[in-house]
Design a protein. Structure first.
Length: 304
């Protein structure tokens, strides 16, 4: 039975060594190494098998069996994990692609935030996080050569922080857009208030409608401080900012639609009507006369 177990062990070593050697070249191209524990075990296995085969003493054989069991446990542990090493190769490729995308987006929001002092702090935060994640990728690649299992653990950490990075980029985009939008919104609110004052002076104006418009303006203006406070809060509650921003724009849109219903649209260009002309056609040229009288010169007069 011992000899049979030894032969199975020797066969397992041969199969594992062949498989690992096939993988080694492919893994090395992507900077992933075979774990030292497995390499050392497979390196020591042939000599152990030779000693087992040559052993004629039961005590010596049983002592060597302990070494065989140790190597067998390492092979049994790492056999299923070899698929994880192949997965690590693909993960490293994904890391390079994802970092490239992150760098492009960070550069974009960095440019957009340069002229906005209120974005300096969140921009610094996302910059620090991005730099940390770039360092993490370098650590993963270095560790993959000697400790691929540890490298996979770092990959998990990297992607745990990825969500935070994209949340912060989304926040910078949103705040940048909201900041630009608020500037435009404040201008529109002032224009609306001016239009309402003009409408209020007209005879026969619907006072109830004017009151409704004023209430809507007040509600829109009241939503601003809460939105600005949420944008300035630390830590950032992204969902709260998004909710308040959407609520603000919805109220402003309702107000604009109400103004448009009163003929006060912001998007219909106000163009002064030009002067027209009334054309007086002589009777002989209009087809209204039955005769063929003499032609009379055409005259025109301005229309007022």
């Amino acid at each position: 039975m011992m000899k049979k177990g030894m032969n199975q062990f020797a066969k397992g070593v041969t199969q594992m060594t062949k498989f690992v050697n096939q993988m080694k070249t492919k893994l090395a191209k992507s900077g992933v190494g075979i774990p030292a524990e497995l390499t050392n075990a497979l390196t020591a296995a042939p000599a152990l098998v030779a000693k087992l085969k040559a052993s004629k003493d039961m005590d010596e054989f049983q002592e060597l069996m302990g070494d065989m069991q140790d190597i067998g446990m390492i092979m049994q542990e790492w056999g299923p994990k070899l698929g994880e090493l192949q997965r690590l190769v693909h993960m490293i490729k994904n890391l390079d692609r994802d970092v490239k995308s992150m760098r492009a987006n960070f550069t974009r929001v960095q440019k957009a935030a340069k002229k906005r002092p209120e974005l300096a702090e969140p921009l610094a935060e996302v910059g620090a996080l991005f730099n940390d994640m770039v360092k993490r990728v370098a650590e993963i690649k270095a560790l993959a050569k000697t400790d691929p299992e540890g490298a996979l653990d770092l990959v998990q950490e990297f992607y745990s922080d990825t969500e935070e990075f994209w949340n912060q980029v989304s926040f910078l985009d949103m705040v940048s857009n909201v900041t630009r939008g608020l500037t435009q919104a404040n201008r529109q609110i002032r224009q609306i208030e001016s239009k309402i004052r003009t409408m209020e002076k007209k005879k026969g104006v619907d006072k109830e409608m004017i009151a409704t418009l004023k209430e809507m303006v007040a509600a829109v203006k009241a939503a601003l401080p809460e939105l600005k406070a949420a944008m300035a809060a630390r830590p950032v509650d992204y969902e709260e900012v998004r909710f308040l921003a959407e609520d603000f724009w919805m109220q402003l849109q309702d107000l604009q639609n109400m103004m448009a219903d009163q003929g006060q649209s912001f998007y219909m260009p106000t163009v002064k009507q030009g002067q027209g002309i009334n054309v007086v056609i002589p009777e002989g040229f209009t087809g209204n006369s039955g005769g063929g009288g003499q032609a009379v010169p055409m005259t025109t007069s301005p229309a007022f």
